[in-house]
Design a protein around this ligand. Sequence first.
Ligand SMILES: N[C@@H](CCC(=O)N[C@@H](CS)C(=O)NCC(=O)O)C(=O)O
Length: 230
Amino acid sequence: MLTVHHLRVSQSERIVWLCEELNIEYDLKLHRRDPLFSPQALKDLTEIGTAPVIQDGDLTMGESAACVEYIIHKHGSGRLALPPSHPAYANYLYWFHYANGSLQPGISRLLSLKSAGIDTSNDVFKRYTDRMDQYLQHIDDHLGRGNEWLAGKEFTAADIMTVFTLTTMRTFYGIDLSPYNNILPYLKRAVERPAYKRYREKGEDADFPLMIDGPAPENFIENVRRSMAK
Ligand SMILES: N[C@@H](CCC(=O)N[C@@H](CS)C(=O)NCC(=O)O)C(=O)O
């Protein structure tokens, strides 16, 4: 039986969402941040100690994209990935890798600079902010060319990889999506999917606000720090 370890409010939402989309059997283990990072039980599973983690027989593996590909091909009969023969294959591949190759590092860099107390007027901060705007504009332009999902007509794992950074991740670094007229309806379509709703319930993230509106959401890290200071 496949086991999925989900750290609440984290990238591992992708894996729970994927399993729900594929409608496969899996055992879900939930972890809470302690208070911001992984709890010891999750740290003990891999050398890096981050979420997601999946276990399947003797295998224990992290990294969202690896987990997604493994589950699709070992448990999902290839569903939600496009094969090389598909006309949208290159699009699928590109956006699948863009998620954790460009978009997520883009916002993580900004989060690191902010956490280190570097001022937004700093040149490096400005350069990375411009780059992040470029990353977002690129998605927005692509969706605006009549693409309902990132690979085109079909919802795929490329969407599952991407939505986290455009929603939940914004509570760690508050990007304003108001200028992006195509991203906002795309996010609405994504969170309306029954499998996404099931992930929110089963993953115990349902009490966390859906971050699909334009203005930057409330800052989760500051909320945790404030509650720790009490
Ligand atoms: N590239 C990795 C990143 C994993 C990662 O940084 N996960 C975060 C959750 S968003 C985490 O586990 N943070 C807790 C910690 O670092 O202790 C992936 O996609 O799996």
